[in-house]
Design a protein around this ligand. Structure first.
Ligand code: BG6
Length: 290
């Protein structure tokens, strides 16, 4: 189903037969909502979010490309999240498992003249967003170099998970990893052996993690399983009290209800030669836990 938001931008709603749903905006190719079959929203969106270009909506899953954060000369998190994508009616085939039994939409982003002035590399970015019968949400990004010289980029699925309370969650799967701390001049540290819990601002890039990370929410008795492929790093972000107050599109207390856990390729940029394609995949699911 294709609907229009109040600014005239198209949104695609995917549904499975059990009543789970996903909403994707063509603005940024951004997933704005993911609901389970009980109608519960699983992604966080700020009550102060501004649904008006030229800024990405504060919540859901903005796509950071061709730059993550401010590690480069482009605007923070790159331009892809601030562009209007188109529906790709005839995408090159994916593996049949990526289609069978799924509701999905294919989107496409190509650079405009203006984009080429700030980042002079021709690419085709194909995004498939799919909702499986069991409610899994999958995002598959395929980025192709259609230029005659190589280019490099960094990338993240900036995933705002909705949680009960930041003091009630823990992340497993990042123990003992090295990380870059954005709050300390991007210095490198090593995580201890325990699951990650939260009591202050966090803004870190965990390096070369395993492909599965779990986010346990004790109060809601559920666990998000984040599975990734082609994305070596995991960005963990929570702005906490002080930074929340400085963001116009974020409520002062909302840091308690969100946690960003982002499949990403940050430390080592991806390089594509002419004609080459990169694939980065993210699968989110939720399981009950005690
Ligand atoms: C995080 C960055 O991933 O995104 C933070 O590491 C940043 O430094 C945050 O503040 C939000 O970014 P933005 O541009 O969406 O406000």
């Amino acid at each position: 189903e294709v609907v229009k938001d109040k600014h005239g931008i198209q949104q695609v709603v995917l549904q499975n037969h059990r009543g789970a749903s996903v909403r994707v905006s063509l603005y940024g190719g951004q997933v704005l909502s993911w609901r389970n079959d009980r109608g519960e929203e699983l992604l966080f969106t700020s009550s102060k979010a501004i649904f008006k270009p030229p800024k990405a909506v504060r919540g859901g899953i903005p796509i950071c490309f061709p730059q993550f954060g401010n590690r480069g000369s482009l605007e923070q998190h790159g331009f892809a999240r601030n562009k209007v994508w188109v529906i790709d009616k005839n995408p090159p085939p994916l593996h049949p498992n990526d289609s069978i039994g799924k509701a999905y939409i294919d989107l496409l982003l190509k650079p405009s003249e203006e984009d080429l002035k700030i980042w002079p590399h021709s690419f085709e970015f194909r995004l498939r967003v799919s909702l499986a019968a069991d409610g899994y949400l999958t995002l598959i990004s395929r980025i192709r170099n259609i230029n005659c010289k190589p280019f490099s980029f960094s990338f993240a699925y900036h995933t705002y998970l909705s949680i009960s309370d930041i003091s009630e969650v823990r992340i497993e799967g990042l123990e003992t990893l090295d990380y870059l701390d954005n709050l300390c001049q991007k210095e490198r540290f090593t995580e201890q052996g325990d699951a990650l819990t939260f009591e202050a601002e966090v803004d870190r890039v965990y390096l070369s993690s395993s492909d599965v990370v779990a986010v346990f929410d004790h109060e809601r008795k559920r666990t998000f399983i984040v599975r990734k492929e082609g994305l070596p790093d995991v960005v963990v972000w929570n702005p906490w009290e002080k930074k929340s107050k400085s963001m116009v599109d974020f409520g002062d207390e909302e840091y308690k209800q969100m946690l960003c856990v982002n499949g990403a390729a940050v430390e080592k940029p991806i390089t594509l030669k002419p004609g080459e394609e990169w694939t980065g995949r993210l699968e989110l699911s939720v399981v009950p836990s005690s």
